[in-house]
Design a protein around this ligand. Structure first.
Ligand SMILES: Cc1cc2nc3c(=O)[nH]c(=O)nc-3n(C[C@H](O)[C@H](O)[C@H](O)COP(=O)(O)OP(=O)(O)OC[C@H]3O[C@@H](n4cnc5c(N)ncnc54)[C@H](O)[C@@H]3O)c2cc1C
Ligand SMILES: Cc1c2[nH]c(c1CCC(=O)O)Cc1[nH]c(c(CCC(=O)O)c1C)Cc1[nH]c(c(CCC(=O)O)c1C)Cc1[nH]c(c(C)c1CCC(=O)O)C2
Length: 473
């Protein structure tokens, strides 16, 4: 091919941008395309929210710690990078919920809190008998008859009653989105539950019918013992490092921020904070929706994205000598129901969930603080956050001693909230771009899924779209 090379710029070096860049270069190599890829990242490191700290023999995640195995794309990416041998699966599947100051196992056979087996629910101390009876209303409750979007809170409260929602479903959802169940969109988070109601009416009966038949190995609580998550032996940053190592030389710019995007014929001109400009035939924007809307401020485009709320969270990793923690539960960790007087929202027993992260003779805990409506704590100084976390943990598990060290990580206004109407906002933003800047694509956690595999899927989809438009017939 003798044509001039096309240039694609990928803005943002989180997992979305990295997978877009990796698959774009792979396609260019394999199909011999006249294509130049440039990834531009504002900070001095790649990975975005993925950030592994390796210290004193520990593998500590500041942000995400794993990804769902049933969503396939991270495993596929690992294979494409040749690092599938590094994958590890979480050692135990059992997690707990803290309700009324006590840790209660999540009943076995539940999917996001929806029972698919009645036995473990009836035995569970998470709910009163009247709560259980109300949840059984799901068997006879008619369909909601709502066609558009609705909040998760409305949907689940109607089917199961308040108690199941507050003691199980809400904490589990907080353990994914750090959000407000009464604002979160059913359509953009768990549309399959809506489909099950539509098809089978009862969620319990419908989930039972549609879940895999073969029962996994169970423990005495009836809970699945095999983990649903994968990570990498040396932490999630392994995937970031592998992509960086395999990208072509000169195709990554760090420490450079895109300040604006201008139109120049069919091309886009990106203005960098270094004063330079870069001209691109296509752009994939993976920055997060607030940054994306700022880039198009002067054109008055993407301003509707500002309606997507964000929340702030922080993680607190605490490394202890083994003797300091007296703890009697086998499990991955626990979520905290909103009803109690605690600041932490969850805690992972990292040394149990991921035994390869922690040296012998040590214990690694990771607590979460901050969720919608409880965000002020994230602004406190590190030592104050640490004090609050230790006080809370001390009321839940017995701690005799101080941590060897603590790592606090803040995500300020950085967790997108998929509220009712989210899908329409995303569709509208993408349509605006298609009309005014057809060669600029949006991808990433703000739009069509926050999980790492969802982000990879979006990065790949944007790549395929760009390649088809640049090189298709
Ligand atoms: C505490 C925490 C725990 C989580 N746990 C899990 C989990 O266990 N499993 C899971 O699947 N997911 C988890 N997630 C979610 C997941 O980590 C994120 O959704 C995902 O990493 C987002 O990737 P991204 O590439 O879309 O965005 P980001 O990782 O945010 O990357 C965006 C990048 O764009 C850059 N950027 C921004 N503006 C500009 C600009 N103007 N110019 C150039 N670059 C710019 C940023 O610096 C950043 O590097 C968790 C998230 C958090 C915060
Ligand atoms: C029990 C627990 C959970 N989550 C957590 C615990 C604590 C103890 C432990 O580590 O075992 C920890 C956690 N994980 C996540 C949060 C939210 C806080 C935040 O956003 O910063 C919190 C508090 C993000 C997440 N946690 C998870 C994701 C990704 C989900 C996805 O890929 O869609 C994120 C962003 C995965 C997760 N996390 C949880 C479930 C049930 C799932 C799977 C959801 C599903 O099957 O759809 C519950």
């Amino acid at each position: 091919m003798s044509e001039k090379k096309k240039k694609v710029v990928i803005v943002g070096g989180g997992i979305t941008g990295l997978s877009a860049a990796f698959y774009m270069q792979k396609a260019a190599r394999e199909q011999n395309l006249p294509l130049e890829v440039l990834l531009i990242e504002a900070t001095n490191r790649l990975g975005g929210k993925i950030q592994t700290v390796r210290r004193d023999g520990f593998v500590i995640e500041r942000g995400p710690d794993s990804f769902l195995i049933r969503k396939k794309s991270m495993d596929i990416l690992a294979k494409d990078l040749g690092i599938e041998g590094e994958l590890v699966r979480n050692a135990t599947g059992q997690a707990f919920i803290l309700v009324n100051g006590k840790l209660q196992p999540i009943p076995g056979g539940s999917i996001m809190g929806i029972p698919t087996e009645v036995g473990p629910f009836l035995k569970s101390d998470l709910f009163s008998w009247s709560g259980k009876l109300r949840a059984a209303g799901d068997f006879i409750m008619p369909r909601s008859g709502i066609d558009g979007d609705q909040s998760l809170g409305h949907f689940f409260r109607r089917r199961f009653g308040t108690e199941i929602v507050e003691n199980l479903i809400e904490p589990l959802l907080s353990g994914v989105y750090a959000g407000d169940i009464d604002q979160m969109s059913l359509q953009s988070t768990y549309p399959q539950f809506y489909q099950v109601e539509k098809k089978h009416r009862s969620l319990i009966l419908g989930m039972k019918k549609t879940s895999p038949k073969q029962a996994p190995q169970k423990d005495s609580h009836g809970a699945s013992k095999k983990g649903a998550f994968h990570s990498f032996r040396n932490g999630l940053s392994s995937v970031v490092e592998a992509i960086e190592a395999q990208m072509e030389p000169g195709s990554i710019m760090k420490n450079v921020k895109i300040d604006s995007v201008l139109k120049q014929g069919e091309q886009s001109v990106l203005k960098l904070n270094s004063g330079q400009t870069v001209t691109a035939d296509a752009v994939i924007l993976t920055t997060g929706h607030m940054a994306a809307s700022q880039l198009f401020e002067s054109y008055g485009l993407l301003q509707g994205l500002k309606e997507i709320h964000t929340t702030s969270v922080a993680t607190v990793a605490l490394a202890f000598p083994k003797e300091a923690i007296v703890q009697d539960r086998e499990g991955t960790g626990f979520l905290v129901s909103r009803s109690g007087n605690f600041s932490i929202t969850a805690c992972t027993w990292v040394h149990r969930k991921w035994p390869t992260t922690t040296p012998d003779g040590k214990v690694l805990l990771r607590a979460f603080v901050g969720r919608i409506g409880e965000e002020a704590i994230v602004d406190l100084p590190d030592d104050e956050i640490e004090r609050i976390v230790l006080e809370d943990l001390g009321n839940i598990i017995e701690i005799n001693g101080k941590p060897d060290f603590t790592i606090v990580t803040r995500y300020k206004e950085d967790r997108p909230q998929y509220r009712v109407g989210h899908r329409e906002r995303v569709v509208a933003a993408k349509a605006e771009l298609k009309r005014e800047f057809p060669m600029v694509k949006l991808a990433g956690a703000s739009y069509e899924g926050v999980g790492l595999p969802d982000c990879i899927d979006q990065g790949r989809a944007a790549t395929d779209e760009v390649l088809a438009e640049l090189f298709g017939e």
